[in-house]
Design a protein around this ligand. Sequence first.
Ligand SMILES: *Cc1c(COP(=O)(O)O)cnc(C)c1O
Length: 428
Amino acid sequence: MSRSEESERLFARAVQSLPGGVNSPVRAFRSVGGSPRFMARGHGPYLVDADGNELVDLVCSWGPLLLGHAHPAIVEAVRTAAGLGTTYGAPTEAEVVLAERVIALFPSLEMVRFVSSGTEAGMSVVRLARAATGRRAILKFDGCYHGHADALLAAAGSGVATLGLPDSAGVTPATTADTIVVPYNDLAAVAAAFEARGGEIAAILVEPVAGNMGLVPPAPGFLAGLRTIADDHRALLVFDEVMTGWRVHPVGAQVLYDVHPDLTCLGKVIGGGLPAAAYGGRRDLMSRVAPSGDVYQAGTLSGNPLAMAAGLAMLEVLATSDAWARAERFAAEAADGLRSEAAAAGVPLTVQRVGTMFTAFFTDAPVTDYASAKATDAKAFGRFFHAMLDAGVYLPPSAFEAGFTSAVHGPTELDRVLTAARAAFRVV
Ligand SMILES: *Cc1c(COP(=O)(O)O)cnc(C)c1O
């Protein structure tokens, strides 16, 4: 059993000054029970918590840490940038270079705008899509997350899904009335929504590989089907690749599946572990963004020099090494290993993986949408999570989140993960 007294002390203090003791809900362990570990530092594939426990990190800050913690190239880049001043509120060369790199990688991108979070990318892309099409509605998928902008915090209503319902207190029904929510991987539902409101729909927003309901790949033909429906109705197709960018493929899902969206959101990996995100796409669309166009969007720290330096260092390492292939190999080996350990213990487990992202669902059936994700045994996951944590492995603290690997996870960590899993599957 790992000690957690110091984390518990910090959490007791934290709940007095931070809602729920955290600054982002999933960190609080509510869905697995218990009290969250507070982290003191990270190195390579490891997190070290406040009690000094060294944990194999399979969260990787929810995606950004494709090179692990404190990678020398990124630390050096940030240090150098910090010495030159941390923010200017004026343009820099690094923004231009990172924009050019990202545009060169993603076939559908002709221009990008940097922002500081995936949430900003999601809300801005909706504004742009509405302006460009002159339409008000957007279509999203149940269980897909696009940040916490009001219009995107919509849940599926019952029956014919033509009207989204607020998915958070404080979101008004009027705000979500133009958000249509349908099940993931359900092209017929998309077609039906376009039958009903096609002329009003500005854009389809989709996680091209869903990561925010646990890892759920697109069914064969799903993304191409969305492209066709969008084209037929002159709506825009938006891929939210905030999570999938550099994670499901060395570039992104749009290359992996060869389906090209009109607009793309990026985040997480793009900032190399610092706060940066972006949205981009066709030049005619992006030219609508202020100041070249009439769609207002701004940010004090957008294109921040430290974040640009970290992002550039990240992309440089990825472009000049086998880092991505190593991260994927570890993910594949971990997924295979978890499958065989579960099978040996007689535990029903479905491990879904694309590239460097994976989820171990406690079920014997494939998970294809949010309903089937919610039907898995989340209580068993909670027990598994805590057994793994006690054995020194930090999994996402929720049954409905993806795990992430890095280029610096190797044989030692694989052995630790699978040895822990062997014991953990016996207690679930
Ligand atoms: C994480 C995430 C976001 C939100 O990004 P933040 O930087 O947390 O605001 C949006 N979309 C997807 C697909 C994400 O995974």
